[in-house]
Design a protein around this ligand. Sequence first.
Ligand code: ATP
Length: 327
Amino acid sequence: MSKVKNIAVLTSGGDAPGMNAAIRAIVRTGNYFQLNVYGVMYGYRGLINGEIMKMDSRSVANIIQRGGTILKTARCKEFFGYEGRQRAYEQLKKYQIDGLIVIGGDGTFKGALTFSKEFDIPCIGLPGTIDKDIDGTDFTIGFDTAVNTAVRAIDKIRDTAEAHDRLFIVEVMGRDAGYIALHSGIATGAEHVLLPERPTKIQDIINELQANERRKKLVNIIVVAEGDESGGANEVARAIKEQLPHFDTRVCILGHIQRGGSPTCMDRVIASRLGYAAVQALMEGKHHNCMIGIVNNQLHYTPLEKAVKARQGIDPEWFQMIRILAS
Ligand code: ATP
């Protein structure tokens, strides 16, 4: 016997490729087990405003390969306040919704936790963020797609850098976490990777660029996470140009292309597994107010209060490896 009859799903915070695959999995799993599944438009804002629609298997046809989120997403100030959350609860009551699945980042989980405590509604969180910066999971929905987009772009940049003997400084997304920079940097053979997790002395990079020039290595790629303490690619370029004005230095900021696009196989599989597991958890009445992640290829349940933004230390050996492999 299922513990829930009517469930709802919403996407909140920044969009991430693979969110649609998760929505599809939730709707189809719910329908299979004869639950009513509702989609909430625009995250918590739509919940407060009652932008809620019933979904069925057909309404999620042909979306597994699409980036973005068919439910759209938003940031919502009203949900920070009790009154806003109360209005959201009234909407849930109207539809007799007895379980809520939220797909987003740690802010989305904080909102869900407060909401579920105040109104006794079971919530399940699924990690949907390109930054891969949440405790309790090895992967987040969207990271693999974003990092592969960055890799394809940097490969192209290297072609033109190679043709002109240029130094390229490429900025990738990652305000608080440098995983996109770290992984895309390794995968493209970048000479340097600058991350918020590790302070870098620009002078050391300049010294190395000079040493590279002496040994006729004229093509260099530096990958910078947007949240690096240096201030981003433009700042790094400015500091380098001051001391190495004769270098042909260019900046490329990849920006929002990293958020969009068709999700990779890996993101679709992760999203499908997590969506399926979220419905099971609600039906079994287990793991309420948990985020479901994947650790060592197994489903992993983390209480929402512990599913917070994580700035994990990155083993210094990785940086030594980057230097050796790019030598
Ligand atoms: P991303 O990692 O992409 O930024 P996120 O889920 O962390 O995603 P936020 O903007 O931090 O994105 O949060 C999304 C929404 O969750 C907020 O706009 C707000 O409506 C709600 N929210 C966040 N923190 C809280 C909180 N402490 N209390 C209530 N609601 C919150």
